[in-house]
Write a protein that binds this ligand. Structure first.
Ligand code: SAM
Length: 282
């Protein structure tokens, strides 16, 4: 225990997770690091101010964002050799769609000490509650608001055998669910809302079912959207696969057709390629 305390007093940069709603989720070690810090780097001093009030602490705070100036970052880096600097975000784990990456990168490049206190994070909590496979997942941050950018984003993941995790807002949710359903197919999904707060809710269903649910009733509060991997929804029947292959073969080489059909239908490329070769002989 005393060794841990000594290590914690090392100068350097500490990434400290804070609650995503319920203040009781603040880890004792996170509270102790915040108390010991010489300086807190914060997104919004009013938000972190409330956490400090809850802890009965007064600390010096300095705003930090990834778009902070180079001079600002230099000034912070120059402190890390002899001060304990704690980075927090408004909620959850810093750097996860929050500031800090550039600072950690630079601190490491200069051989400065970087430590962390792990804790709450909305994407992992939503994933664990979703009932969807957790062995492989990809977190992709916020879904863009423009129609084309949204479709392009989902298209990047069509053939990926992983559960997908995104941040979304209530007013945009139905549009994103509909676009995801069109591009990825009607996969199982979960909408995790207001996690750890009074109105916490996890709604599950297929993308089409969830689109209908939220089409006329945009939900309030903070949201994580979790989408299952391909293959969770019912596999396309053979006739559909053959039709897709025949159509693709009209304009593409067998290899390109296999790649395109596999990605679109969420199938393994090698399986589709074997079928493409059979169809190409006809
Ligand atoms: N770094 C944070 C983390 O580790 O959870 C995420 C920060 S990101 C800027 C904020 C987004 O996370 C919100 O717009 C929402 O999509 C999601 N989020 C944060 N808190 C949440 C909560 N309590 N319930 C559901 N989603 C949440």
């Amino acid at each position: 225990m005393s060794l841990m305390k000594n290590l914690e007093r090392l100068p350097g940069l500490y990434i400290v997770a804070t609650p995503i709603g319920n203040l009781s989720d603040l880890a004792p070690r996170a509270a102790s690091m915040i108390e010991q810090a010489d300086l807190l780097l914060v997104e919004d001093s009013r938000v972190t101010g409330k956490l400090l009030q809850h802890l009965g602490l007064k600390k010096s705070m300095r705003p930090y964002h990834d778009h902070s100036s180079e001079a600002d970052r230099e000034a912070i880096l120059s402190m890390l050799g002899d001060k304990m600097v704690v980075l927090v975000s408004d909620a959850g784990t810093p750097l996860i769609s929050d500031p800090g990456y550039k600072l950690v990168h630079e601190a490491r490049a200069r051989g400065l000490h970087v430590g962390a206190v792990p804790g709450p994070s909305a994407p992992t909590m939503a994933l664990t509650l979703s009932g969807l496979p957790t062995d492989r997942y990809l977190f992709a941050g916020f879904i863009p608001n423009k129609d084309k950018a949204r479709v392009d984003l989902f298209e990047e993941f069509v053939g990926l055998r992983a559960t997908l995790v995104f941040f979304e807002t209530g007013p945009r949710l139905a549009k994103s669910l509909a676009a995801a359903g069109q591009v990825l197919g009607d996969r199982p999904a979960a909408v995790a809302r207001e996690l750890t707060k009074m109105f916490e809710e996890v709604a599950t269903g297929t993308l089409n079912e969830l689109t209908q649910r939220y089409a006329d009733a945009p939900p309030k509060g903070e949201i994580v959207l979790v989408i299952g991997p391909p293959g969770e929804a019912s596999a396309p029947d053979e006739a559909d696969v053959d039709a897709a292959i025949d159509e693709a073969l009209e304009t593409m080489t067998p290899s390109r057709a296999a790649k395109e059909v596999a990605a679109r239908l969420g199938l393994k490329k090698n399986d589709v390629y074997a079928r493409v070769q059979q169809r190409a002989k006809h």
